[in-house]
Ligand binder design. Structure first.
Ligand SMILES: [Zn+2]
Length: 173
């Protein structure tokens, strides 16, 4: 297993649609392990493959927050939202590709997701609370969409400029 560098917005790969995964191979299993390790190390509760420059439809997440509750690392291949609640909820979101920037985003409160597991089987589950926010945020990444795309243009531009400055500073070292 190894840590993978996380791309920082703006980056064209973060605006690109990712391709479906054809089969669960050893390469995909290693990718999922690397993504989970990278996510926990960051630390974050979700990570999508495009964020490490891999343009495949795979996300990992673990939205267990409470201490004393066992972690639940999940890897979802080709995840698809097959049902969304009419009930919507506003939650504060952040993103490992947009460090230290947070904003409120409104999304369906509950979603039902179908995906291919690393076990080669199809899975289906309904998510609510933080899990629902996380899975929708990560699936957005697979379609080249970031949480700041839901914000008003002015706020989005402000965050983008901050990220450009951060990237310039990082490049200088
Ligand atoms: Zn994100």
């Amino acid at each position: 297993m190894s840590l993978r560098p996380i791309l920082i917005h703006p980056d064209p790969r973060l605006k690109t649609q990712a391709a479906p995964i054809e089969a669960v191979t050893d390469q995909i299993r290693t990718l999922a392990e690397d993504m989970l390790e990278t996510m926990y190390d960051a630390p974050g509760i979700g990570l999508a493959a495009p964020q490490i420059g891999v343009m495949s439809r795979i996300i990992v997440m673990d939205a267990v927050k409470d201490e004393g509750v066992a972690p639940r690392p999940m890897a979802l291949l080709n995840p698809e939202i097959i049902w969304s609640s009419e009930d919507r909820k506003i939650a504060e979101e952040g993103c490992l590709s947009i460090p230290e920037q947070y904003a409120e985003v409104e999304r369906p409160a509950e979603v039902e997701v179908r995906w291919l597991g690393l076990d080669g089987e199809m899975h289906q589950e309904r998510f609510d609370g933080l899990w629902a926010v996380c899975v929708q945020h990560e699936i957005d990444h697979l379609d080249g969409r970031l949480f700041i795309d839901y914000l008003k243009p002015l706020k989005r531009q402000m965050i983008t400029r901050k990220m450009q400055k951060l990237k310039r500073e990082k490049a200088r070292g």
